[in-house]
Write a protein that binds this ligand. Sequence first.
Ligand SMILES: Nc1ncnc2c1ncn2[C@@H]1O[C@H](COP(=O)(O)OS(=O)(=O)O)[C@@H](OP(=O)(O)O)[C@H]1O
Ligand SMILES: Nc1ncnc2c1ncn2[C@@H]1O[C@H](COP(=O)(O)OP(=O)(O)O)[C@@H](O)[C@H]1O
Length: 182
Amino acid sequence: MSVSPHTLREKGGLVVWLTGLSGAGKTTIAQAVQQSLTSFGIPAVFLDGDEVRKQMHPTLGFSKTDREENVRRIGALAKTRAEEGAVVLVAVIAPYRSTRQEVRAICRAYLEVFVDAPLQTCEERDPKGLYRRVRRGEITQFTGIDAPYEAPVEPEIHCRTASESIEESSQRVLRAIAESLR
Ligand SMILES: Nc1ncnc2c1ncn2[C@@H]1O[C@H](COP(=O)(O)OS(=O)(=O)O)[C@@H](OP(=O)(O)O)[C@H]1O
Ligand SMILES: Nc1ncnc2c1ncn2[C@@H]1O[C@H](COP(=O)(O)OP(=O)(O)O)[C@@H](O)[C@H]1O
């Protein structure tokens, strides 16, 4: 894959939004894709929901209103970073279809990746131990348990991470990015 930073800037960059339940594999795939893009010399920025929340707006919680605000703010940041001439990989749950649609509408180029794994798989993986805490009653309003997740209807890329490898999922995303930047 080859695309110059200048061309990327002229195109207005690209926002790649990975949406899915906690533990579905958003971060893992985004990091693998970022590494590959970087190895091809393509500027790639990774925005991780958890990190951005902590650094930029730690007061936002997980109510519907706060999640919508979180997603809008990260969407605006992703748009800006993309227009500087980068592929911006966003690993944020973004559980509401309408807010994802709002972000898509402000970006010049946008790909939605549905990182899809059954809740049971996510819970078995439990990479951060959050599901265990949810089951103990220590966390409420948790996506997929007692807060909604509206699955994408027509995502550009659909990764079924319970049945495909990290490599397969990342390659699928990379191919779509290459296609979009052509
Ligand atoms: N109640 C609740 N529901 C879902 N997730 C929770 C919650 N509390 C904390 N976390 C951790 O925060 C990460 C999700 O933040 P996001 O900014 O991606 O979520 S959202 O788009 O605003 O819904 C999410 O990160 P990922 O596991 O990477 O998805 C969790 O680690
Ligand atoms: N095909 C796959 N794609 C992504 N992650 C996978 C896949 N198969 C297994 N996993 C594992 O699932 C876990 C996903 O965790 P993480 O990427 O932090 O999820 P999220 O960011 O969606 O919360 C990791 O431990 C990862 O190794």
